[in-house]
Design a protein around this ligand. Sequence first.
Ligand SMILES: [Zn+2]
Length: 218
Amino acid sequence: MNLNDLSWNEVGEYLGKRSDILLPFGSVEEHGYHLPLSTDGDIVQAICEGVSDATGILAAPVVWYGVSNTTKAYAGTTMVEPETLKAYTRDILMAMKNSGFKKVYITSGHYSNAHVDAIKQGAGESGTRTEFLDFSNIDVSDILETKPFHACEAETSLMLYLCSEKVKMEEAVDEEVELKDDQLVPTKSGVFGHPTKATKEKGKLLFERIVGELSKAI
Ligand SMILES: [Zn+2]
């Protein structure tokens, strides 16, 4: 159930029964040669739809543009500054509160520190009751062979399960994650990790684990 698909009076009926909502954040950023720029938003939208189906909670549409400092040099990555995301988050949450929503569960498909901090600060300024559901912390080490990073085994598996038509596996290359002075060293392809280890089956297990854990938290 998505906020965007309802009429205003149907939203009113929902608010007569319960007053919580899920708000997902994505990014518009490169994910290697083999995945589209929509990857983070596609994944978080599907996860929120899964949680909505499991719990009955309404999901809001994805906030697409985020903070993507690490990948901004790649063509197409479209980021906003942290201050902008903070203000935008605050405004969305204040509007939800004015509509009658009393609790907003926030989650994100994109996990750079600057991005998550801006969302949390905006939430704090909104005066709306919020809880950040961080699915990057869920233990999936029994499903994956390599550590989740970016355009990696985890994200590629999820995309193969959720929207395989958007994945070009023949273009996938593995690149090691390297840090220099605490900063990520950019890779040639934009991949940080091992997407060639990705499978649809792993994606299904990841999706079910994440949806299950988030639904429990709600
Ligand atoms: Zn991603």
